[in-house]
Design a protein around this ligand. Structure first.
Ligand code: NAD
Ligand code: MG
Length: 406
């Protein structure tokens, strides 16, 4: 029997977490789940602890304190850790070889960075840390020898289409920027499903309810990314994620709407070739690829049936109905601390929309207002990133409380 590799799943109770655990269940001989983290949903974490018996779990301290005293029984010989320190401890446990970063939003920043600093293989679904400070993540990988593996489906598709030497530049944190021209890579194209409002009029979009925004036509995801997919901010964040991860300029990255969501992104080469990766829209494919790279193993997902799909459509995004794309491209262009501000304002606005404190069309308005107020600064270290994030969150929350028109 081959030696089992230790895995920590951060955000195990979420959509990425459960897809990851599905793949790990298929390959119990290869992987041992050493750490799991959830947050508030103890009812979802408890059966996972019983099933996988991890050495460590982390969750929100307040949620743990209110549950029955038998809670830790499922974690035989294991240890519970609370808060941010808990997430970092699970991500850096010595028996962990691979970390699946599946926390939602900026809450995953410190644990993702800690996993990279500890030299782990880090499967990054949690795009927000890359949006906020991708350069710091890449620098940390260059120092520690960590392996960065994008599993956001578009970035994983790009990775799969790159020649081996450029794949190594991505995993090592060097980025492909300096060597892309030599390898003939001229541009990359990110595909976007267009979300639930692709064919909805501007007037109807402005009054969209949370239930409508959460009803994604092709992907089944957590609430925050589902709303981001409806505003197309998800694609904007992914544009910045691609610049950060691959070390490319925003002008080298195109975005195209592809409603069937089966072509997950493409690399354009200077001889006119366009190489893309296709598959059913299911995160178990990129997760399985990231776990087994450079080998490939089964993911539990059927190969795509193209005859059944019949037609693949492509069109330009409508920047008037989806202004978040324009805001994100501006943030990518200006760089420095602006992506941190964009991300923080967006997280606060999405939360307010889901709580019905603002309307759907006010989400980009909050982000726009913040970008107009924000003074860009150099992103020097983690402390600066965290301070900027907190400062912008406070400004955005205050603005929402005051009312957008005042
Ligand atoms: P989700 O809401 O389903 O799950 C989020 C997980 O993070 C849960 O386990 C939750 O307990 C945990 N969490 C939430 N707040 C936390 C906090 N403050 N501290 C610690 N843990 C916390 O989200 P998801 O859809 O699985 O997305 C996770 C990440 O992966 C996001 O960054 C998203 O953009 C990215 N992503 C998701 C998908 C997808 O298909 N779901 C695809 C690509 C990328
Ligand atoms: Mg994606």
């Amino acid at each position: 029997m081959t030696e089992q590799s230790g895995v920590a799943v951060l955000g195990a109770t979420g959509s990425i977490g459960s897809s990851a655990l599905d793949v790990l269940r298929l390959h119990r001989d290869r992987y041992k789940v050493v750490g799991l983290t959830g947050w508030k949903r103890m009812a979802a974490l408890k059966p996972l602890m019983r099933e996988f018996v991890p050495a460590q779990i982390a969750a929100e301290p307040e949620s743990v304190s209110v549950i029955d005293t038998n809670f830790l029984e499922g974690c035989e010989g294991g240890c519970y850790l609370g808060g941010e320190e808990g997430l970092v401890a699970v991500a850096t446990h010595p028996d962990v070889d691979t970390v699946i970063a599946g926390v939602s939003g900026a809450a995953g920043l410190q644990s993702t960075l800690a996993a990279v600093e500890a030299g782990k293989r880090v499967l990054i679904a949690n795009k927000e840390p890359l949006v906020m400070c991708g350069q710091l993540v890449r620098n940390a990988a260059s120092v520690s020898g960590a392996c960065l593996m994008p599993i956001d489906s578009e970035h994983n598709a790009i990775f799969q289409c790159l020649p081996l030497n450029l794949q190594q530049d991505v995993t090592s944190g060097r980025g492909i920027g300096s060597r892309s021209a030599g390898a003939g890579v001229s541009r990359i194209t990110l595909t976007a499903s267009g979300g639930p409002f692709l064919r909805t009029s501007a007037a109807a979009i402005s009054d969209a309810t949370p239930a409508q925004a959460l009803a994604h036509p092709t992907w089944n995801m957590g609430p925050k990314i589902s709303v981001d997919s409806a505003t197309l901010m998800n694609k904007g964040l992914e544009l910045i994620e691609a610049c950060s991860l691959f070390g490319l300029d925003e002008s080298q990255i195109d975005i195209i709407i592809h409603p069937q969501s089966v072509l997950h992104s493409m690399v354009g080469f200077n001889d006119g070739s366009l190489i893309g990766q296709m598959g059913n829209p299911d995160m178990r494919i990129p997760i399985s690829y990231g776990l087994s790279y450079p080998e490939r193993t089964t993911s539990g997902i059927e190969r795509l049936n193209l005859a059944e799909i019949g037609v693949l459509e492509f069109e330009q995004p409508d920047l008037e109905r989806f202004p978040s794309l324009v805001l994100a491209r501006e943030a990518a262009k200006t760089g420095r601390s602006v992506p941190i501000a964009l991300n923080a304002a967006n997280e606060i606005a999405v939360e307010a929309f889901l709580d019905r404190r603002i309307s759907f069309c006010e989400i980009p308005q909050v982000v726009d207002w913040i970008l107009q107020k924000h003074e860009p600064s150099e992103v020097s270290d983690l402390e600066h990133v965290v301070d900027t994030d907190l400062e912008v969150r406070a400004m955005a929350s205050e603005m929402i409380q005051r009312g957008l028109s005042s």
